[in-house]
Design a protein around this ligand. Sequence first.
Ligand SMILES: Nc1nc2c(ncn2[C@@H]2O[C@H](COP(=O)(O)OP(=O)(O)O)[C@@H](O)[C@H]2O)c(=O)[nH]1
Ligand SMILES: [Mg+2]
Length: 390
Amino acid sequence: MDGYLGVIVIVAVVALLAVGGLLLFLRPGRKTPPPVVPPEAPTLPEEKRPAGADEEAEGATTTLPPPVKPAEPVVVEPEVEVPPPSAGRMVRLRERLARSQSALGRGLLELLSRDRLDDDVWDEIEERLITADVGVAPTRAVVEELRTKVKVLGSRTPEEVRGLLREQLLAQIDPDLDRTLHVKKHGERPAVVLVVGVNGTGKTTTTGKLARSLVGDGKKVVLGAADTFRAAAADQLQTWGERVGADTVRGPEGGDPASVAFDAVAKGIEEKVDVVIVDTAGRLHTKTGLMDELGKVKRVIEKKATVDEVLLVLDATTGQNGMRQAQVFAEVVNITGIALTKLDGTAKGGIVISVQRELGVPVKLAGLGEGPDDLAPFDPEVFVDAILGE
Ligand SMILES: Nc1nc2c(ncn2[C@@H]2O[C@H](COP(=O)(O)OP(=O)(O)O)[C@@H](O)[C@H]2O)c(=O)[nH]1
Ligand SMILES: [Mg+2]
């Protein structure tokens, strides 16, 4: 009987426990026990957590650690720079010019200051000018003028010698030439600048620098990557543009340069920009090939706008050889100005004189380094003063 009672008590206790447990389980608002976090669950250290991971975790109802996403490529919006204006750049870059050109000036001043100026000295003066790429005819003119003036002066102070030489060099460079870059809008239509020249002279770099400088002057610019020969050329140009917020129009690699130029001008008109600059390829395969290509680019642009400037880019370090190649371009398109690059890398600054003379157009821009703002509107006086020293 005792055993029977014991069994009943045990059954009752078990039943009670079971019912209680069940009631407890069904109680509304019951919290689920926190799931066990596997100890090996990977977590990212604070600084490596992908952006937004924290916000996601806050909004989530589960207490599981935020899911670890594969590191997404961080899209960095290119920072748009504010380049300096074009004015006064050549003065800022005068030091660089003086570094490359002042040996010429020092040599000439020393020779001209000698007490006795015999034929040997004049020959040496002539040789120095020719070596500096001044060109034969301008050199003769300078020497002749100097000889006459020196005779009149008799004895010379260093200031007088410097003044004479300054006057002659300036006369050869011609300060009266119109060196303004024609980049004024035509009503609603943008001005168009076409950049031409031999490969490696600095066309793309100059196009990029010019875009910066125009943006620095408050203009809106669109770039046309009409060098479709290599995709890298368009990339290079686009990078320049992105830095200053200028769009680059490009076409497929190996595509038609003229159609890129056309699209760039169309975009320029559509977006009401001030200037469209078109960078071209400089392949000197054959003169007729070049003529066909550049001629077509120009004609196509002229369906929509006016080509205001055709800038020939010339590498100052290539001397007479570069000049012969430049001549071919001048025969193919109507050059309106010269961008003389790498003047920081040669003592032969006399090329300013000879190239203007041979092509009959002024040097409008001077490249004085690889830096983004190392392009300046050419200033004859600053140039001559850099040669002669202050
Ligand atoms: N030192 C110096 N280098 C320059 C200047 N202009 C361009 N370059 C360099 O010349 C090289 C060729 O330039 P790039 O624009 O690609 O020539 P492109 O083939 O005519 O388009 C690059 O390494 C430029 O950095 C300049 O004024 N001074
Ligand atoms: Mg290029």
